[in-house]
Design a protein around this ligand. Structure first.
Ligand code: AMO
Length: 434
C-alpha cells in the first residue's frame, strides 16, 4: 500500500507523499494553478507551476470539476502561503470519481441554502467542515455518556424496537403489520428497562432509536430520535436519579471541553459547564414564573415551548443552563410514574437545558396493585401489558430512571436552532428520504 498522508498528518519533513480527497476548488492563474484538496481533517494545497510539471498533468488537474475525488502523488514543499506551511507539487494523480456539473449545492460557497435543500443533499451538506464537526462532537457525546455510565456500574443493553404495546401514549404510536398481527415501533425502552430491574441487573442503560408519530412540525420534534435511557434499582427517591443524571451531564460537558476543542473551534462554539448542584424548581414555581413573564398558563397545563423558554431565560441569566423541574401533577405523567400519596403530585421530573426539555424521568411505581390502579385510572387496559406486569407480580425492587433525547442534547450543547441539525438523516412528518 502507498504511504498516504492527509491534511492532519503532513509536514515539511515528508518528502514524497500521496494525498487523497475532494477537489474543493481549482484556481488557474495561467502560469500556475492551485487545487484546494479537502479531506476529513482539513485542506491541502496542490500547486502546479506550469513550467515545472508535465503539461498533460497540468491540463488534467486544472480542468477537474469541483468535488471530484482524486489521489495526488507529489513532492512536499515548504510554503508560507498556506495554513499548513506546506504545498504539494504533483508528479502524478489518479481520478477516482469525477463530480457531475453543476453541483446540487455548494460546499464552500457563502450563500444561504434552505434547510430543505441541505437535507435533500445531506451527503453534500455534510462535506462542510462545520456541519461534519457537529457529528464528530455527537460521537464524542455518546462515547462520554457510555464512559460515565459504565464507570457507575450500569450495564449497556439493547431492547426490542418492534413491540406489542406502547409505553408513552397511543397518540404517537407508529403501527407495523407484524405478519398479520398488530405491532408498533417502540416509543421508548421504558417497559423493557423496568423489566430488567426485576431480573436483577440493578443498573442498565441504552442508547438507541425511539419512534414517535409526532404529527407536528416543530424545531424540536422528529419522528425518530436517539434516546439515552437509564434505569436503576434500590433508589430511596427521585433524588438518587437526578444526582446520577447530573453526574453524567457534568462528565459529558467537561469531557467535550477537554477533548473536542478542534471541532468546537470549527463551529465557533464553546461548551459551558453549568454550576452544580443543578437547581431544582417545582412545577408550581414554574407556573408562577411563566405567569410573571406574561404567559397565561394555568396549574395543570403543559409548560410548552413558550413556557420552557421563559423559564430558560430566567435561569440562564443566573448562570443555570441546566435545571430540574419536579413535582409534576400526576395527571401529566405516564402510568409507570409513582404518585405522591395524599396529593395530586408525582415523583417525576424533567431536566431542561437552556429553555428546552431534554429529559424526563422519575421514580417508578414498583407495587403491582398500585401500578394496575394507575393504568386503569389512565384508561389503559392492564391486559395489554400482561408480560410487563408479570415482572411486577414476582418480585420487583424500588427503581427509577430517565430518558434523555440525544439529538436535543447535542443541539442544545451547540446552540443549534433546530434538532434536525444534530441528526444525520432526520425523519419528520414530511421527510422519509434521504
Ligand atoms: P419522554 O417522552 O419525555 O420520556 O422522552 C424523553 C426525552 O426524549 C426526547 N424526545 C424527543 N426528541 C425528539 N423528537 C421527539 N419527538 C421526542 N420525543 C421525546 C426528549 C424527551 O425529554 N420513558 C420516558 C423516560 C423515562 O421516564 O425514563 C420517556 O420516553 O428529549
Amino acid at each position: 500500500m502507498r504511504s498516504f498522508r492527509d491534511s492532519g498528518n503532513i509536514s515539511k519533513e515528508d518528502a514524497n507523499v500521496t494525498v487523497r480527497g475532494w477537489v474543493q476548488d481549482v484556481r488557474n492563474l495561467g502560469g500556475i494553478s492551485f487545487i484546494t484538496l479537502r479531506d476529513r481533517h482539513g485542506t491541502l494545497q496542490i500547486t502546479m507551476p506550469k513550467k515545472k510539471i508535465e503539461p498533460g498533468l497540468f491540463e488534467s488537474l486544472t480542468k477537474l470539476p469541483r468535488e471530484s475525488v482524486i489521489a495526488v502523488t507529489g513532492e512536499v514543499k515548504e510554503s508560507n502561503q498556506t495554513a499548513l506551511g506546506v504545498e504539494i507539487i504533483p508528479s502524478s494523480f489518479e481520478l477516482y470519481s469525477e463530480a457531475g456539473v453543476p453541483l446540487p449545492m455548494g460546499v464552500v460557497d457563502k450563500v444561504n441554502v434552505e434547510m430543505d435543500t441541505r437535507l435533500n443533499n445531506r451527503f453534500m451538506d455534510l462535506r462542510k467542515p462545520e456541519i461534519r464537526a457537529v457529528f464528530e462532537i455527537r460521537s464524542m457525546v455518546i462515547e462520554l455518556i457510555s464512559e460515565a455510565m459504565i464507570k457507575n456500574g450500569f450495564v449497556s443493553i439493547n431492547t426490542p424496537k418492534i413491540v406489542a404495546s406502547g409505553a408513552e401514549g397511543g397518540a404517537t404510536l407508529f403501527s407495523v403489520d407484524y405478519f398479520g398481527k398488530p405491532a408498533y415501533l417502540a416509543q421508548s425502552p421504558q417497559l423493557y428497562k423496568q423489566m430488567l430491574m426485576s431480573a436483577g441487573f440493578d443498573r442498565v442503560f441504552e442508547i438507541g432509536p425511539a419512534f414517535r408519530a409526532e404529527n407536528s412540525n416543530t424545531n424540536r420534534h422528529v419522528t425518530e430520535f436517539i434516546s439515552f435511557d437509564g434505569e436503576m434499582s434500590w433508589i430511596d427517591g427521585e433524588e438518587d436519579i437526578t444526582a446520577m443524571i447530573e453526574e453524567v451531564m457534568d462528565h459529558v460537558l467537561r469531557g467535550l471541553k477537554e477533548k473536542a476543542k478542534k471541532h468546537l473551534d470549527t463551529i465557533g462554539k464553546e461548551v459551558g459547564i453549568p454550576k452544580r448542584p443543578y437547581p431544582i424548581l417545582t412545577y408550581s414555581e414554574c407556573i408562577r414564573m411563566v405567569n410573571e413573564a406574561g404567559l397565561p398558563l394555568r396549574y395543570g397545563d403543559d409548560l410548552g415551548t413558550e413556557g420552557e423558554k421563559a423559564i430558560g431565560d430566567i435561569m440562564s441569566e443566573k448562570g443555570n443552563d441546566l435545571y430540574f423541574i419536579t413535582e409534576y401533577p400526576e395527571e401529566a405523567k405516564p402510568f409507570y410514574i409513582m404518585r405522591k400519596e395524599g396529593t395530586d403530585l408525582s415523583f417525576s421530573f424533567d431536566l431542561d437545558y437552556k429553555g428546552q426539555e431534554i429529559s424526563s424521568g422519575g421514580q417508578r411505581e414498583h407495587r403491582y396493585r398500585e401500578l394496575v390502579g394507575n393504568m386503569e385510572k389512565k384508561g389503559l387496559d392492564p391486559k395489554d401489558f400482561d408480560s410487563y406486569l408479570d415482572a411486577f407480580r414476582y418480585g420487583m425492587p424500588p427503581h427509577g430512571g430517565w430518558g434523555i433525547g440525544v439529538d436535543r442534547l447535542v443541539a442544545k450543547i451547540l446552540d443549534l436552532p433546530n434538532v434536525r441539525e444534530a441528526i444525520l438523516f432526520p425523519r419528520d412528518t414530511s421527510r422519509l428520504v434521504p
